[in-house]
Design a protein around this ligand. Structure first.
Ligand code: AMP
Length: 208
């Protein structure tokens, strides 16, 4: 299976991609996570991406396309993958499609997870990460156990100001790829409201 999940920041696409990948035993590929790893490692790629990420702006297309293409080529992706956060604009969608067409393995399903702006801001500004496990919590909606609360961190781009920029980027850059894929008949839209297991069930019902 080759699946793409798109949605505004905070729509739960990361959580859902991980769940679907686990259930179908395919790879979860998150371009944002690949960039965050590169930033932490201090690699040339990480240094190039860092300032864009902090600002809530898209990293240049050649870097994003390159980092994802490299991962897709790896043998662990042979059974399939769920792409999370990529493609993020039309240029990336076209690059991905021509790469996959070349190996005769096109994207088969694309899910758009829909969540309103106010919900996005509330979700993201309360999001906290446990650096030791990578688990994600929320101050209000999913509080962490007391004993680990002091070690939780906030992603540098999870502030209200940056979220608003990321939302604007989503509508300007990412939203148009929906019409690009609509012509291919592979799009399904689902509501991202409710608990993760409820959203996952909505996705699974539509999974072919
Ligand atoms: P995410 O974890 O998907 O919210 O991504 C975090 C940040 O990484 C984004 O705000 C961008 O700066 C960068 N990023 C992730 N994926 C892409 C992409 N496909 N194209 C450009 N920038 C990206």
């Amino acid at each position: 299976m080759r699946i793409v999940l798109i949605g505004p920041p905070g729509s739960g696409k990361g959580t859902q991609s991980k769940r679907i990948a686990k259930r179908l035993d395919i790879q979860h590929i998150s371009s944002g996570a690949l960039f965050r790893i590169a930033v932490l490692a201090g690699s040339t790629l990480g240094k190039a991406a860092e300032s864009y990420m902090k600002e809530g702006l898209l990293v240049p297309d050649d870097l994003a396309t390159g980092i994802v293409a490299e991962r897709i080529k790896q043998s662990i992706c042979e059974n399939g993958f769920v792409l999370d956060g990529f493609p993020r604009n039309l240029t990336q969608a076209q690059a991905l499609d021509s790469d996959l067409d070349r190996i005769n393995k096109p994207i088969q399903q694309l899910f758009v997870i829909e969540v309103g702006d106010a919900e996005v801001v509330a979700r993201i500004t309360g999001r906290r990460i446990d650096p030791e496990t990578g688990n994600i919590y929320h101050n209000k909606f999913d509080p962490a156990p007391d004993e680990i609360k002091s070690r939780l961190v906030q992603r540098a781009d999870d502030t209200e100001e940056t979220v608003k920029k990321r939302l604007a980027e989503y509508y300007k850059e990412t939203f148009p790829i929906i019409s690009f894929y609509e012509g291919k008949g592979i799009i399904q839209k689902i509501s991202g409201l409710g608990k993760p297991e409820i959203v996952e069930n909505r996705l699974l019902e539509k999974l072919k």
